[in-house]
Design a protein around this ligand. Structure first.
Ligand code: SAM
Ligand code: DTB
Ligand code: SF4
Length: 329
């Protein structure tokens, strides 16, 4: 790691959208060089953290998120299922740990959890944590009291994405507001949990929207410890299926700007890797991504298999990040 004091003023919460946009439009090499320099000042250069995802409650969601295969209102072929049994979740987590994961993320296709589901959810957190894994849940909106209960059960991270810029948001979701999302993030922070919050690109947004999304994240009272950057996975039946594909180099730019604006956060190259070449993923790591979802499935859509990822890591000289290195973020 380079000397972090070489970048004394780089943790900022006062970004303007114009400033972020100016980062986006720099020459590619200048942007990636700067992002890689910031990355090396704060993290081991050749380590990438592995998270594993499990859908603990799939499909049948009442919300209208235009990208999502799990919204009941779109005909996407995803069947609605009930909440999984606690023992089945813990058994899956044990397999993920054996395969090298350090964080286990459990997702539910809910607008928000019902209080009566929280007991089983808390048992899942306890069971997964007892395996020595970090725990993360993404269950939709939370009240302050629900966040407190999850924290008491030992939940380390809560994932709740802002998805896009405040201006573009209304084109993507109408069943809850941007402010609802910010309120949930505040409840998670107030309860003392770590925040995993990012968004999606490739939804027809402008560069200014991408800048606006990252400014919203960086100007939160504290930077999210994890920032997932998802490339839209286009799913047949969702309103965003058929959206014009993003220039892959613009995806790399988004990773680089996230790294520069949130130097100490884990920036996750999240959904969309299945459609990316190894070379594009290598550029994302060069631009400062240092986390991925490992395992053949995201929530409902495919992800590269573990053998493919191990080979890619071998070719790039990247090692899975040990838990001690990222426990702070
Ligand atoms: N229902 C909860 C919620 O929305 O907060 C939790 C699960 S939801 C599937 C978690 C996140 O996955 C969404 O906020 C979105 O950022 C991401 N996501 C869902 N569908 C996606 C897709 N097709 N492509 C990329 N990211 C997606
Ligand atoms: C996040 O930002 N990406 C993950 C996780 N958080 C929950 C989800 C991606 C879902 C992609 C579509 C699917 O597999 O259903
Ligand atoms: Fe439901 Fe979450 Fe999908 Fe939105 S993103 S439709 S809230 S599962």
């Amino acid at each position: 790691m380079a000397d972090a004091s070489a970048f004394p003023a780089d943790i900022r919460h006062d970004w303007s959208v114009a400033e972020a946009e100016a980062l986006f439009v720099q020459p590619f090499n200048d942007l990636v060089f700067r992002a890689q320099s910031v990355h090396r000042a704060h993290f081991p250069a050749n380590q990438v953290q592995l998270s594993t995802l499990l859908s603990i409650k799939t499909g049948g969601c009442p919300e209208d998120c235009a990208y999502c295969p799990q919204a009941a209102r779109y005909d996407t072929g995803v069947d609605a299922q009930k909440l999984m049994a606690v023992e089945a979740v813990v058994a899956e987590a044990r397999r993920a740990k054996e395969a090298g994961a350090s964080r286990y993320c459990m997702g539910a296709a809910w607008r928000e959890p019902k209080d009566r589901d929280l007991e089983a959810i808390c048992d899942m957190v306890q069971g997964v944590k007892a395996l020595g894994l970090e725990t993360c849940m993404t269950l939709g909106m939370l009240t302050g009291a629900q966040a407190q209960r999850l924290k008491e059960a030992g939940l380390d991270y809560y994932n709740h994405n802002i998805d896009t810029s405040p201006e573009h948001y209304g084109q993507i979701i109408t069943t809850r507001t941007y402010q609802d999302r910010l309120d949930t993030l505040a409840h998670v922070r107030d309860a003392g949990m770590k925040v995993c919050c990012g968004g999606i690109v490739g939804m027809g947004e402008s560069v200014r929207d991408r800048a606006g999304m990252l400014v919203t994240l960086a100007n939160l009272p504290e930077h999210p410890e994890s920032v997932p950057i998802n490339m839209l996975v286009q799913v047949h039946g969702t309103p965003l299926d058929g959206t014009r594909k993003l220039d892959p180099l613009d995806f790399v730019r988004t990773i680089a700007v996230a790294r520069i604006m949130m130097p100490k956060s884990m920036v996750r190259l999240s959904a969309g890797r299945e459609e990316m070449s190894d070379e594009l993923q290598a550029l994302c790591f060069l631009a400062g991504a240092n986390s991925i979802f490992a395992g053949p499935k995201l929530l409902t859509t495919p992800n590269p298999g573990r053998d493919h990822d191990s080979l890619l890591f071998q070719r790039l000289g990247i090692k899975p990040m040990p838990l001690e290195t990222h426990a702070h973020g």
